[in-house]
Structure formats: C-alpha cells, structure tokens
Write a protein that binds this ligand. Structure first.
Ligand code: UT7
Length: 330
C-alpha cells in the first residue's frame, strides 16, 4: 500500500491547573470512587479563564514545529479540530495562523467532535497528494471546561482541556499513515451536542436560562455506540492493510472511559501493555485526547521507527474513524 503522508513532528500543551475528583466532590454530588471505577479518570487539566482554544493550539503547534525542524513559513495548511473554538467564526485555525506567522498557510477548522483529529489526519493525507501542499499542521484543541455544566455530574466529571498537534509531510517511503478511515451516523446527532449558540437556538436570555450553551450527552447511548464502533473500525483498517492484530505495537483509542477501552482490548485481543493512555490524568479532551497521547508517547521515545500504531476515535455526530500509522521518518 502506498504511503502518502508521514509524521514530521508532534507537540502538545496542557494547562497547569488540575481539577481532581476530590475537587469535584466539593462542587457536585459525586465521589472519587464512583468516578475512578466508572470512568478511570482521577484528574483533568482546566484552562485559566482567559485562555482560549487558540492559545492551547498555538503552544502545541509551536512544539510540533520545533520537533519537525520546520518554521511557520513552511506550512501550507493549518487545520484545527475542535468543539470549543474561540468564536463561531472566524475559524480558530486563522487565529493560530496569525500567531504563528504562517503566512503561506490556508487555515480552517474541522468539527467532528472527539473524532476530529482522526478526520484531520484523513483530510491532510489527501491534501498531501496535491503538489500544492508539502507541510500540513493539524491540531486538536479543546477548552471543554468552557462548555461544562458543573451542576451536571453525568458530564462535568469527564472532560478536560488540552491541545495536541502534528506536522504531516509527503512520504515516498514506508513510514506514515498506512490508511485512514472516517465515517458518520448523523441519526445520532442529538445524542451529544451543545444545543445553543448556533442557528437552531441562537444565544438569547431564554437559551441561557435553559442552559443550552452547555454540553448535553446521552452517556449510555454513546457508550454502546463506542464499544461497537471501535472494534468494527479496527478490524476494517487491519483487513484493508493486510495486517494482523498481533502486528499492532500500540493501540491508541479515544480516551473517553476506561471501560470502553478495556472492552475494546478484550474483544480485539490486544494486550493491555500495548494501549497508550492519558485518561487518568487528563480526562476526555475530545479532539485533543489522541494527539496529546501520541505526542506524550513520542516525547517519552516510546515509539520506535517502524512501530505500527492503531488509533480509533468516536464522538458527536455521531462520527467515527481510525488510522494505522507506521511510525518513523523513512
Ligand atoms: O468523548 C465523547 C464520547 N463520550 C463518551 O464516550 C461517554 C460514554 N459514556 C460513558 O462513559 C458513561 O455512560 C458515563 C461515564 C457517562 C456514565 O456511566 P454509566 O456507568 O453509564 O452510569 P449511568 O449514567 O448509567 O448512571 C449509573 C448511576 C445512576 O444512579 P442510579 O440511577 O443508578 O441511582 C447515576 O445517577 O450512577 C449515577 N451517576 C453518578 N454517581 C456519582 C452518574 N454520574 C455520577 C457521578 N457520580 N458523577
């Protein structure tokens, strides 16, 4: 299979402030034991009130550029995957483009919820087939705390803030994105959403009183969808690439709930030591979960050249997708 795009550098940024389960016990009717047992999360990072999505994205992008040994002028495109952009418009990617000084780069946002970074990888991979694009920055950046209802224990215990970035370039060798797949089932669009602020329910006193500006989720429905779809996509990607599950060196699922991840490990027969996790200390960072975990593993030099990474996402939309990556620069 011809590899079109390879990873040139990764980066991430996490805000300093930690919100632990014990902190949450003081503001909502929950407890540490329930959260740890039902989700695997112990703490999450929370951005300062004046921090925006673009601030986190910018920091992660700077680190990825440095690791790729590239300057901002080398970028042809910037894609920011996010549920929590700075504004409804313009795109957060434009704000990041200006701050980086990436004058040559086009810039747009991509909304695919927790699958956003996988969607961005898939889109960037196709752009890199064109002679007009040589270096693409993709970023998953989320300030989930800004749309959390801290009186809703079904959601506020789950989410955290952070950003992860990756620079992709053309590949003529054996390393890079082996294949990437994206999909959606829009019939589930009402299961996880921020109802207010868009054209369906524009911001008004009424929309605020009804708390429509906060994230709403039917947790159980998403849970069932997630456990099913992770296995389906993983098997499809492996079949398409002609690889066996035993050839996967690292499994990187979206970090939503440890029970979802453990169920996938069991059904796919992947040993627990192959999974990359940051859920315990970061919570669910939506589009940022996967790129942060990848950049953290890269920083720790866990990912050896030639290692096969299977990454899978799922989320609002309902969206889903996955990618197989052969790590390295060759
Ligand atoms: O990244 C986007 C995709 N999102 C996801 O993948 C989330 C998927 N869903 C989940 O991870 C789980 O459904 C949750 C963690 C959200 C909920 O876990 P659950 O095991 O499905 O719990 P539940 O909603 O069925 O609630 C079980 C009980 C209920 O009490 P009763 O009715 O049995 O008395 C809840 O009220 O647990 C209660 N509960 C809590 N108790 C303490 C729910 N949330 C909490 C809480 N603390 N935070």
């Amino acid at each position: 299979m011809q590899i079109k795009a390879k990873v040139l550098g990764t980066g991430y940024f996490l805000p300093d402030r930690i919100l632990s389960n014990h902190d949450l016990e003081k503001i909502v009717d929950t407890n540490n034991e329930w959260i740890v047992e039902r989700t695997g999360i112990r703490e999450r990072r929370i951005a300062e009130p004046d921090m925006r999505c673009s601030d986190l994205a910018y920091e992660a992008a700077q680190m990825a550029l440095k690791n790729a040994n590239l300057s901002p002028e080398d970028l042809d495109l910037i894609i920011v995957a996010t549920d929590t952009p700075d504004y409804m418009f313009p795109a957060t990617a434009c704000v990041v483009q200006a701050r980086l000084g990436a004058k040559k780069a086009g810039a747009f946002d991509l909304e695919a919820g927790c699958t956003g970074f996988i969607y961005a990888m898939s889109v960037a991979e196709k752009f890199l087939l064109s002679p007009d694009f040589n270096h693409i920055m993709i970023i998953g950046s989320e300030v989930m705390s800004k749309i959390m209802d801290y009186t809703d224990r079904g959601t506020c215990i789950l989410f955290g803030d952070g950003a992860g970035a990756m620079v992709l370039g053309k590949s003529a060798g054996t390393c890079g994105i082996v294949n990437a797949e994206i999909g959606a089932d829009g019939t589930g669009a009402g299961l996880l959403l921020q109802p207010g602020g868009g054209s369906a329910f524009p911001a008004s006193h009424e929309s605020i009183d009804k708390k429509l500006h906060y994230l709403k989720m039917s947790g159980n429905d998403i849970y069932k969808f997630a456990t099913r779809i992770i296995v389906e996509i993983s098997e499809r990607l492996l079949n398409k690439a002609g690889l066996g599950i035993e050839q996967v060196d690292f499994f990187l699922p979206h970090q939503a709930n440890i029970r979802i991840i453990n169920s996938a490990l069991k059904r796919l027969k992947i040993p627990a030591e192959k999974v990359l996790l940051n859920l315990e200390h970061c919570g669910n960072m939506s589009a940022a979960s996967i790129p942060v975990a990848l950049a953290q593993a890269d920083e720790k030099q866990l990912l050896k050249s030639g290692a096969i990474i299977l990454t899978v996402g799922f989320g609002t939309g309902l969206t889903y997708g996955g990618a197989l990556i052969r790590w390295g620069r060759d």
